[in-house]
Design a protein around this ligand. Structure first.
Ligand code: PLP
Length: 464
C-alpha cells in the first residue's frame, strides 16, 4: 500500500516510512492511495472476533509491503491483552438506542492509548529490523503526552521528549507523565502556554540539520498510523451492537478531528454509518464551519474539556482532500489561505457533500456539566467532560433516535476530578492503572520558552 500527501508534492511512500516520518515534507498529511473496503458479508463474518483479531483484519490491507507485516498480528494481540477490560472497548447501553463506548481501558485512560500503545510496539520492532534509533518529540496540553509516554517508556531504540506548559495541565495529567521513571522518558515543563510548546516542536521539525542529526520523529495525530488504529473501534462498536446491516450514527467529542476522521474512514470502508455528530466546547471552530462553510481561527479559550481546547483541527485537511476528490491544488489553496488569512471557505458543492455526513454542535462548560449531571441522575453513569460534550451534541437533533447511536467516551472521568466533582457532586475514584499516582516520585525539567536551550537539552539526552 502506498501513501500520498494531501498537498501532492511529497514522494509516495509505504506504511513503514509513513509511520516513522509522520508529516509529509510538503507540509501535507499522508493518506492511503487507495481505500480498501469490506463487503457486507465480509463485515458479517467479523462478528464474534476479539478486539485484537478485528484490529488485525482491518489494518492488514493498509500495511501491505511493510517490514512488520509478519509480526503484526502478534504485536496487535499482545498490545490489547494488556488493556484493563477483557472486551478492550466495551459498550454500555445507557438509554434506549444510545450506547457509550468506553475507550479508556488502556494504561493512560484515554482513547489515545488504542492507537499509541500498538504504535509503540510497532516502532520498537521496526527500529530493530532497520537497526535505527529515533528521538520522539511532542507537545501536549494533557492526554497525548501521557499516552505517548506510556507507549514508549522502557522500549529500546527510542527516547521520548514531551513538552508541556508548566502549571497548565491538570495534576493527574502531569503526574501520569512525570512519574513513569524510565531512562528513555524526558518531561520538559516549558515556561509558557501550550501554543509555545507546539511552536517549539514545529521549529525543531523545520530545522533540517537538527532533525537529521537526532532522527526526529512525531507521535501527534497527524501521523496516519494513529488514525488507522482508531478505525478499528468503529467496526468493533457497530459489530458489538449488531448494527452492521442497518444504519447507525456516532457522536464524537472533537479537537484535532483525528478521532472523527477515523470514523469517516470506517464509513468509506463499508460501515453503514449515516451521521457523525461532532461535539465541540467553546473552541467551536468546527461548529461554525458546519453552519457556514468557512473555517475561521479565533483565540483558544480554556475550558473544562482541555484536550479539545484547539483552534486548528489539523486532520480536517484529510477530509478536504477526500471531499475535493484528491484535487491537491485546491487543498494547497485552502491551506495557504488558512495560514495567511486565518480562514478559508470551501466551495458550495463540496460543503454540501461534507454536510451529508457531519453535524456540528457546541456546548459551553455549563451545558457540559448539565449533561454530566443529567446522565448521572438518569443512568448513574459518570461521564468525563469530553464525553459529555459528545453526548450533549445530539441533544439538538431530535430526529436521530431512529438510528442506534454510539457516543465515543474518550477519557476516564478520574482524569478530570475537579470538573466531575463540580458537575455531579462527587469525585470519581482512581482506577487500577493510576491508583498509586499521588505516591510516586515526579521527575521533570523546567526550561524557559527558548528554542536553543530546549534543543541543547534534547541534544544532550538524545538516543544516537
Ligand atoms: C485528544 C482528545 C480528544 C480530541 O480528539 P481529536 O482526535 O483531537 O479530535 C477528545 N477527548 C479527549 C479526552 C482527548 O484526550
Amino acid at each position: 500500500m502506498k501513501y500520498c500527501s494531501t498537498r501532492g508534492s511529497a514522494p509516495h511512500i509505504d506504511f513503514d516510512d509513513v509511520l516513522l516520518t509522520g508529516l509529509a515534507n510538503d507540509g501535507g498529511l499522508y493518506i492511503p492511495h487507495k481505500w480498501p473496503s469490506f463487503s457486507e458479508s465480509e463485515i458479517n463474518n467479523m462478528q464474534g472476533m476479539t478486539y485484537g483479531e478485528l484490529a488485525t483484519e482491518i489494518v492488514q490491507p493498509f500495511t501491505e509491503g511493510s517490514l512488520i507485516q509478519e509480526d503484526l498480528k502478534k504485536l496487535i494481540l499482545e498490545t490489547y491483552k494488556s488493556f484493563s477490560h477483557s472486551d478492550v472497548a466495551p459498550l454500555r447501553n445507557i438509554k434506549k438506542n444510545i450506547w457509550i463506548m468506553e475507550l479508556y481501558h488502556g494504561p493512560s485512560l484515554s482513547f489515545k492509548d488504542y492507537a499509541l500503545q500498538v504504535i509503540g510496539n510497532i516502532f520498537e520492532s521496526l527500529l530493530l529490523k532497520k537497526n535505527k534509533t529515533i528521538n520522539i518529540v511532542g507537545a501536549t496540553s494533557g492526554d497525548t503526552g501521557s499516552a505517548a509516554i506510556s507507549s514508549c517508556a522502557n522500549r529500546s531504540g527510542m527516547n521520548i521528549f514531551i513538552l508541556h506548559p508548566e502549571g497548565r495541565v491538570s495534576e493527574v495529567q502531569r503526574r501520569q507523565m512525570t512519574t513513569v521513571n524510565s531512562s528513555n522518558v524526558f518531561n520538559i515543563a516549558i515556561k509558557g502556554t501550550f501554543d509555545d510548546c507546539q511552536s517549539l516542536v514545529k521549529l525543531m521539525f523545520k530545522d533540517e540539520n537538527f532533525r537529521e542529526r537526532i532522527n526526529l520523529s512525531a507521535v501527534n495525530s497527524i501521523n496516519w498510523a494513529r488514525i488507522l488504529f482508531q478505525i478499528v473501534y468503529y467496526f468493533y462498536a457497530v459489530l458489538s451492537i449488531g448494527s452492521q446491516n442497518k444504519s447507525v450514527s456516532f457522536a464524537v467529542p472533537t479537537g484535532n478531528f483525528g478521532n472523527v476522521f477515523a470514523g469517516y474512514c470506517s464509513k468509506k470502508m463499508g460501515l453503514p454509518i449515516s451521521k457523525f455528530y461532532v461535539g465541540s466546547n467553546n473552541n467551536d471552530i468546527l461548529t461554525r464551519f458546519f453552519s457556514s462553510s468557512s473555517m475561521v481561527i479565533k483565540d483558544v479559550i480554556p475550558t473544562i474539556s482541555p484536550a479539545m481546547d484547539i483552534q486548528v483541527s489539523s486532520n480536517f485537511e484529510r477530509l478536504l482532500y477526500d471531499a475535493y476528490e484528491g484535487d491537491y491544488l485546491q487543498v494547497n489553496k485552502l491551506m495557504r489561505n488558512f495560514s495567511n488569512k486565518k480562514s478559508f471557505t470551501v466551495d458550495p458543492e463540496v460543503f454540501k457533500k461534507i454536510k451529508l455526513y457531519f453535524q456540528g454542535y457546541k456546548l459551553n462548560d455549563e451545558q457540559t456539566k448539565f449533561v454530566m449531571k443529567r446522565t448521572f441522575d438518569e443512568s448513574q453513569y459518570i461521564l468525563d467532560p469530553h464525553t459529555a460534550v459528545g453526548l450533549g451534541a445530539i441533544d439538538n437533533f431530535s430526529n436521530i433516535l431512529e438510528d442506534p447511536l454510539v457516543v465515543l467516551s474518550t477519557a476516564h472521568p478520574s482524569k478530570f476530578p475537579d470538573a466531575v466533582k463540580s458537575a455531579v457532586g462527587k469525585e470519581p475514584s482512581l482506577p487500577e492503572p493510576i491508583k498509586d499516582l499521588y505516591n510516586l516520585k515526579e521527575e521533570y525539567t523546567v526550561l524557559p520558552n527558548d528554542l536553543e536551550l530546549v534543543k541543547n537539552y534534547i541534544d544532550s539526552n538524545a538516543n544516537l
